[in-house]
Ligand binder design. Sequence first.
Ligand code: 9D3
Length: 249
Amino acid sequence: MRIKVLTIFPEMVRAALNESIVGRALEKGLFAVECIDIRAYAQNKHKNTDDYPFGGGAGMVMLAQPIVDACEANAESGQRRIYLSPRGRTLTQRVVEELAQESELMLLCGHYEGVDERALEMCFPEELSIGDYVLTGGETAALVVIDAISRLLPGVLGSAESAADESFTTGLLEYPQYTRPRDFRGREAPEVLLNGNHAHIARWRREQALKLTYDRRPELLETAPLDAKDRAFLQTLRETPPEDAKKRT
Ligand code: 9D3
C-alpha cells in the first residue's frame, strides 16, 4: 500500500511516522507514506495556503488551488481519496479493515476553519472523522488512520501479536496483564497466573475480560460471541452487587 498525505505540516507527519512499529514497517518497505507539502503548490507570491472566508466569519479557509494542484500532481490510478474532517463518517475498526485493502490512498489534512468546498468536490469525495472531539487539524487524525491500517498489513505485526488481536476478535475488552515482580509494593500478581495451569489461566482471563466488559462496555456483550459458560458467569455478575465504581467511565 502507498499512502500520500497532503498537509501544510509534512515534517510533523514524517516525524511521527519514523517511530515505533509504523517506523519499522516503513523501513522494511511493508508500506510507503509520502508526505506532500501543500505549500509547495501555492501560486501566490507569499505562498499562502489560506484566505478569509467569503461571507465573513471567524478563521481562515484553505485555498482550493494548492490542494487541487497537489492532488492532481500526486494522483494514481485506483487511488482512494479521503479528507480528514470532523464532519466525516466516524472511523471504526470495520472502516480500518476496509481501508487496509486499498493499494493507493490519499489523505488530506485540513486546518483553520476548513477547506474550500470546491477542492473537496473536485478531489475528495470521502470524509472521515476519528471521533467526536475537536482537534487543531487533520494531521493527528491522518496519523491515527495510518497507524490503525499499518498494523493490519501483512508482516507489520509479529504473528504472536496479530493472532492476539484480542478486543476485536473476542469482541470483549482485554483482560488485565501482569509481569515481574510478583510483588510490586505489596501488590501481588494474581496467584492463578503464577502456577502454570493453562486451563485455569485461560478461564480466569476470559472471566476478567467478561467482567471488565460487563462493567465498562456492557453493550459489547450483545454482539460478542459467548458460550454457555460465559453466560453463566455473566449471570453471577448480574446477581452480585457492584463494589467498586471508581474505574467506570
Ligand atoms: C467551527 C466548527 N469547528 C468544527 C467542530 C471547526 C473545525 C475545528 C477543528 C474544523 C476543523 C478542525 C480540525 N479538525 C480536524 O481537522 C479533524 C478532526 C477533528 O477535529 N475531530 C475528529 N476527527 C477529525 S479528522 C480531522
